[in-house]
Write a protein that binds this ligand. Structure first.
Ligand code: A3P
Length: 293
């Protein structure tokens, strides 16, 4: 693999981004979606892999079980905007996907989503996670991920999260803009990480109804149990252990999988500052997050 270095954060059309997600811009913007494509959109660390794995099992778990044991999740559900020297770009991986539907992952803020997804009226699953746990998870991810900017220490990271100075920009802008879109775009299913933790079966039920899928009760029970944290953490095809840019000696990809781990990171003063700032930024009372369950 070519030499990979940690990138700088740049201002890209008003959003903090890194070149690993903008170098393929033209191709990404001109991406040709198909009507049955399913886009899984998230701010990083909101549960993207979890939902990708659930959707992959829902569509292909029965018809091609060998897929589950031979193809890593990041190849089954390619990451649209990523381009890293020496690896296939997300766009190329998608173009070569043999499946129908194609499951596609993105972290793009809504204004950057290629227009063909809207033109083709594609189904989109958006996953959001409460900002405190999202921040903690992102911090540890940036520590272990060689294609992310240096995270620095926790207190500076905390500050940068509030300022939206992380790859893919502001969590606040991301979750709000996608939430707003839901009001006018009926093919958007907006779900929460905390709900998935609380009752995986119930959330799978909702997903099936959104996707028009009708697995048997038995299949659904098997699925809900098969996608629990401990099982996924052990599964090499789902836990990212096969991806060379990640350093598992620093932190595992499947780290804790909990609601409320922020309490082990936030100081009392940080928590107060966070809550105050949150109130100023999050004006829509209909979008509610749970920081504990
Ligand atoms: P933590 O770092 O808090 O453990 P993404 O896939 O968007 O990068 O999100 C990764 C986060 O989702 C990690 O959070 C990871 O542990 C968590 N996650 C992945 N699969 C999960 C599962 N089956 N149950 C609970 N959390 C899961």
């Amino acid at each position: 693999m070519d030499c990979i270095t940690r990138p700088e954060l740049v201002d890209f059309h008003g959003v903090s981004m890194t070149h690993y997600f903008t170098d393929n811009w033209e191709n990404v913007q001109n991406f040709q979606a198909r009507p049955d494509d399913i886009l899984i959109a998230t701010y990083p660390k909101a549960g993207t892999t979890w939902v990708s794995y659930i959707l992959d099992l829902l569509y292909f778990g029965q018809i091609s079980p060998e897929r589950q044991t031979s193809i890593p999740i990041y190849d089954r559900v390619p990451f649209l905007e990523i381009i890293v020297p020496g690896l296939d770009s997300g766009k190329d991986l998608i173009d070569n996907l043999p499946t129908t539907p194609r499951l596609i992952k993105t972290h793009l803020p809504i204004q950057f989503v290629p227009k063909s997804f809207w033109e083709q009226n594609c189904r989109i699953v958006y996953v959001a996670r409460n900002p405190k746990d999202n921040m903690v998870s992102f911090f540890h991810f940036d520590r272990m991920n060689g294609i992310q900017p240096e995270p620095g220490d926790w207190s500076s990271y905390f500050q940068r999260f509030l300022e939206g100075k992380l790859a893919f920009g502001s969590w606040y802008d991301h979750v709000n803009a996608w939430w707003k879109k839901k009001q006018t775009y009926s093919k958007l299913h907006y779900m929460f990480y905390e709900d998935l933790i609380e009752d995986t079966g119930r959330e799978i039920e909702k997903l099936c109804s959104f996707l028009g899928l009708t697995p048997s009760a038995e299949e659904k029970i098997k699925l809900a149990s098969g996608v629990q944290f401990d099982k996924m953490k052990k599964n090499e095809m789902a836990n990212y252990s096969t991806l060379p840019v990640l350093d598992f000696k620093v932190s595992p990809f499947m780290r804790k999988g909990k609601v409320g781990d922020w309490k082990n990171h936030f100081t009392v003063a940080q928590n107060e500052a966070f809550d105050k700032d949150y109130k100023d930024k999050m004006k829509d009372p209909t979008l509610k997050f749970r920081t504990e369950i």
